[in-house]
Design a protein around this ligand. Structure first.
Ligand code: GLU
Length: 493
């Protein structure tokens, strides 16, 4: 039963979705938005859909889609329709829906709500430069908007490159009716003639997102606040097609302690980090629920089923929730204490103690041990979290480089592996060599920093194999932390 009367105006079945772009590691923000979509769907007996928005081929990463599935399943969320489980509204991967977008761009050209734009990159750059100089206008100058249709058709037929742009209304307002925020009114004068279809025939986010939400019969778009600036453009698109809009709900964004949007520079943002750091999936989900919503009665610990039962949009708070690791750890502790010993043993053995993990570690240590009792002391850093560097500070140096620059240099290495797909010793070594060369550091100094930073020790099994087994999440976290420790002269512990 719907408790919130404002939601009953949608006289259609509740169908909600998340639409992540597979561009990197699975983000906690994805789990947070998935949670609210899932809980709302389950509360009202609706359908929860997962759609992969992978039309930006320059950013899409092959391994990322599977990681999204794995991470969401790890926290305990599942979807009724999606690329991997199918469903009646597929395909659910945008890269497989190309003809649908082309067809819809054509519908808008035919009804005069969109037009082909043949402007070259040079012309657009010249327009921008002039606008900056004269401090007039912004965005596209609508040069091609008045092209006669026959000319546009002829030029397209002759093979000239074009994009398709929305012919945005020139005057008036567009109102976004956000169920959490009320009406947001925007002067259309601020809205550019958005590109809908790029010159390679691929749709932009705006076109693909609106077309899919409509065709997949999405009733409520529940997404993060960061998309709110796109929503007026989406409303214009719904109007241009003559379609019924979904209900809009923009959830508050997760934030760093300084209130900026949550970022990997200030907080680990990958769901896999929390998994590898020993956070229990239910604790993470419970924590994410508390970020935007309150259970009532000051209750902070609750199950997913309990949340589904009492869920109501009225208890969403819009203030920017701070993603506070201490709070998460506090909640995790409560979950741990509530496990019986058998459950705790299972949780632990299913974590980094699992057999596959040992099968990766043992090749690194077998030749170095004489007795089994040496294994645990020798491999302790594969199972611990943040390391204590106080005893090895003297080794965290590069001759003649100021500590602040050593710290910055280390972060540059992290940036390098972030930019690469996959995770292997060969990749890590290749990047480490290129990194030392770029900084003018001797490999023996650079590699020692990586070794001490990632293991807390001066001697370890082969460095890059060790980092490969430690995994991206733990390696990234340790190197970022040790960079801070170095830059602060050991003050940050
Ligand atoms: N592809 C967008 C994302 O990466 C989807 C935003 C939306 O939900 O509309 O989050």
């Amino acid at each position: 039963m719907l408790q919130d009367p404002t939601m009953t105006t949608a006289a259609r079945p509740v169908r909600v979705r998340i639409a992540p772009s597979p561009t990197g590691d699975p983000h906690v923000g994805t789990a947070y938005i998935a949670l609210f979509n899932y809980v709302f769907a389950k509360h009202v007996g609706g359908t929860f859909i997962l759609r992969i928005e992978d039309t930006d081929q320059t950013r899409a990463r092959a391994d990322s889609e599977q990681m999204i599935y794995d991470a969401l399943r790890w926290v305990g969320l599942s979807w009724d329709e999606g690329p991997d489980v199918g469903g009646p509204f597929g395909p659910y991967r945008q890269s497989e829906r190309g003809p649908i977008y082309a067809e819809h761009a054509r519908i808008l050209i035919d009804n005069g709500r969109a037009y082909r734009c043949f402007c070259t990159a040079e012309r657009l750059a010249a327009v921008r430069a002039r606008q900056q100089l004269e401090k007039t206008g912004h965005g596209y100058d609508r040069h091609c908007r008045s092209l006669p249709r026959e000319e546009s058709d002829a030029r397209a037929a002759a093979g000239e490159a074009f994009v398709v742009r929305l012919a945005a209304p020139l005057t008036g307002n567009v109102v976004v009716q956000d169920k959490l925020r009320g009406d947001v009114t925007i002067d259309v004068g601020q809205i550019d003639d958005q590109v809908l279809l790029k010159s390679d025939g691929m749709p932009t986010y705006h076109l693909a997102n609106v077309v899919d939400d409509h065709l997949m019969e999405i009733s409520h778009v529940i997404r993060a606040e960061e998309w709110i600036s796109s929503t007026p453009k989406h409303v214009l698109l719904y109007q241009a097609f003559g379609w019924q809009e979904p209900q809009w709900l923009h959830m508050p964004l997760l934030r760093n302690a300084d209130k900026s949007k949550i970022s990997k520079r200030k907080n680990p943002v990958s769901i896999n980090y929390y998994r590898d750091a020993g956070i229990l999936p239910h604790a993470l989900l419970n924590f994410l629920a508390l970020m935007g919503w309150s259970f009532g009665d000051d209750r902070e610990k609750f199950t997913l089923a309990e949340m589904i039962e009492v869920f109501s949009w009225e208890r969403i708070s819009l203030g920017g929730p701070v993603f506070n690791l201490e709070k998460l750890t506090w909640l995790n502790e409560k979950y741990i204490h509530d496990l019986d010993y058998g459950q705790l043993a299972d949780a632990f053995l299913g974590w980094r103690m699992r057999r596959e993990h040992w099968m990766q570690i043992l090749p690194l240590v077998r030749e170095r041990i004489k007795k089994l009792d040496e294994i645990i002391p020798m491999t302790e850093y594969f199972f611990s979290g943040d390391l204590d560097y106080s005893a090895v500070l003297g080794d965290l140096v590069v001759p003649e480089v100021a500590p602040a620059d050593v710290g910055k240099g280390l972060l540059a290495y992290v940036e390098r592996f972030e930019a690469r797909e996959g995770w292997s010793a060969a990749m890590l070594e290749e990047e480490a060599r290129a990194w030392c060369e770029a900084l003018g550091w001797k490999p023996k100094h650079g590699f020692m920093l990586l070794r001490v930073g990632s293991t807390g020790r001066k001697a370890s099994p082969p460095l890059f194999e060790t980092m490969a087994v430690l995994g991206k999440e733990i390696t990234r976290r340790r190197l970022r932390r040790v960079a801070e420790v170095i830059a602060s002269g050991g003050k940050v512990k």
